[in-house]
Write a new protein. Sequence first.
Length: 116
Amino acid sequence: MTEETIFSKIIRREIPADIVYEDESVVAFKDIHPKAPQHILIIPRKIIPTANEATENDEKMLGHLITIAAQIAKQNGFADDGYRLMINCNKHGGQEVYHLHLHLLGGKPIGPMVCG
Ligand code: AMP
């Protein structure tokens, strides 16, 4: 359940990505198929496949994902207009990459909460 995905290769810089932030516990980079003018993924360095595998020990890092998302939005000038933070889980959540990540979407009105 802790198999590596393409995101581990990005963390190790084995494949290219537009990394906008990193620290000891998280890495943030631009989504390769942006769904909004600003679409950034904030991921833990630790492999947690889905929200279902997150534990109490992960709570500090999971909160950090949100504060870093807000920091990135502020630094890029779209915090005041607003943005959406989203974590997809498993098939019904539309998850494609099984390394938990927080989507930061902004730069225009993001639209309805649930699509399609
Ligand atoms: P999710 O559906 O929540 O698992 O989202 C996975 C996201 O990862 C999608 O929005 C993809 O466009 C994005 N993605 C997949 N591969 C890459 C990559 N190599 N670099 C940046 N983003 C990626």
